[in-house]
Design a protein around this ligand. Structure first.
Ligand SMILES: [Zn+2]
Length: 261
């Protein structure tokens, strides 16, 4: 059974080096996930991989069935998910090409199905720290092993898209404390928490956010930067899966304890 899940974002439709051993099509009560889950081995660890936008990148950020995607991982027996996604850099150190492990999220999305507890039960999940502390530590250890520089902190603001932001919006987000902007971090992170799964994000800064560089933003730039960063992501994932780091304690597995009314 695969224990680790990886969600790939724009430009990351497979994991180079992943020896595919099978594919699982999962049906969920919430509909279909973005694609089949490709099961494989990387550095000896069994991994389930899902491209968030589908293999052909045909699913827009606001149309992604986030609930089905996360539910499917759990059906496979995955307990820990690494979520890779592209983001636009807002604050100083978030330069194109940087890899960031965000520690906070600001949710500006609307109209997305952002909970598994829509009807019957009243559940208020604690989301003070939106990402798994244990997984984050492991990513840091892996980055040191791989000799890769990752930025260990950052607030990810999530917008609906699919349009890119205005310069005024980015100025406002900056005042609100956002370091980077993306379209998929939420509700992915909270849905994983509701299922008591460990979840950490890895953001690849593919471009400066609107108005920061003074240049027009293009999707070509995003995909090209992601491609360029893929080698780094591959090294990071390889180091992550190769080493049996002691997993620091986390509370993700007990997220529902004392969360139900
Ligand atoms: Zn955890």
């Amino acid at each position: 059974m695969p224990l680790l899940g990886v969600i790939g974002g724009s430009g990351l439709y497979d994991i180079p080096g992943l020896e595919i051993t099978g594919a699982e099509k999962i049906a969920t009560p919430y509909g279909d996930p973005s694609d089949v889950y490709r099961i494989g081995k990387l550095a000896g660890t069994e991994v389930a991989f899902l491209p968030r936008h589908g293999t052909m990148h045909h699913i827009q950020p606001h149309k992604i069935n986030y609930r089905a995607n996360i539910w499917g991982f759990r059906e496979l027996g995955v307990t820990k998910i690494l979520s890779v996604g592209a983001a636009g850099g807002i604050s100083g150190p978030m330069e194109p090409g940087s890899i960031v492990v965000p520690d906070q999220i600001f949710d500006m999305t609307s109209g997305r199905h952002s909970t598994f507890y829509e009807y019957d039960e009243v559940v208020h999940i604690d989301f003070t720290e939106p990402f798994c502390a244990g997984l984050r530590e492991r990513i840091f250890a892996a980055s040191e092993m791989a000799g890769l520089r990752v930025i260990r902190k950052g607030t990810y603001i999530c917008v609906n898209g699919p349009r890119l932001e205005t310069a005024a919006e980015i100025r406002a987000f900056s005042i609100l404390g956002a370091d980077m902007v993306g379209m998929t971090g939420m509700p992915e992170a909270v849905l994983a928490r509701e299922l008591e799964l460990c979840f950490a994000g890895i953001s690849v800064i593919t471009n400066y956010a609107a108005g920061i560089s003074g240049k027009k933003l293009t999707t070509t730039e995003v995909v090209e930067s992601m491609k360029a960063a893929t080698e780094k992501i591959k090294e990071l994932l390889k180091a992550f899966f190769a080493t049996d780091f002691p997993v620091p304690a986390c509370f993700c597995g007990q997220a529902l304890k004392e969360a139900k009314m």
